[in-house]
Design a protein around this ligand. Structure first.
Ligand SMILES: [Zn+2]
Length: 82
């Protein structure tokens, strides 16, 4: 008896397809974009703002330069009191 899932199982399909979003919020390498609420992989994020010097604010990660620009226009709106 085989315990393997059949190849048409959707879980198996998404695990094999690198284009499928598979980030999980409980992953320590994943952050939530404060602007759009999307999940961002910290290891590959190109759009982020490092933590403040004293470490009290941030860092913030964004999944697009647009989100970062929106954040920078009004950081206080997202709880960042620089
Ligand atoms: Zn975003």
């Amino acid at each position: 008896m085989s315990q393997q899932k059949p190849p048409d199982d959707p879980e198996v399909q998404s695990a094999l397809d690198p284009t499928v979003e598979h980030l999980r919020e409980d992953d320590p390498n994943v952050a939530r974009d404060p602007v759009c609420g999307g999940l961002v992989d910290k290891r590959t994020a190109e759009n982020f703002i490092p933590a403040s010097v004293d470490g009290s604010v941030g860092p913030f990660y964004f999944n697009s330069p647009e989100c970062k620009a929106i954040f920078e226009e009004d950081p206080a709106k997202y709880g960042a009191n620089y």
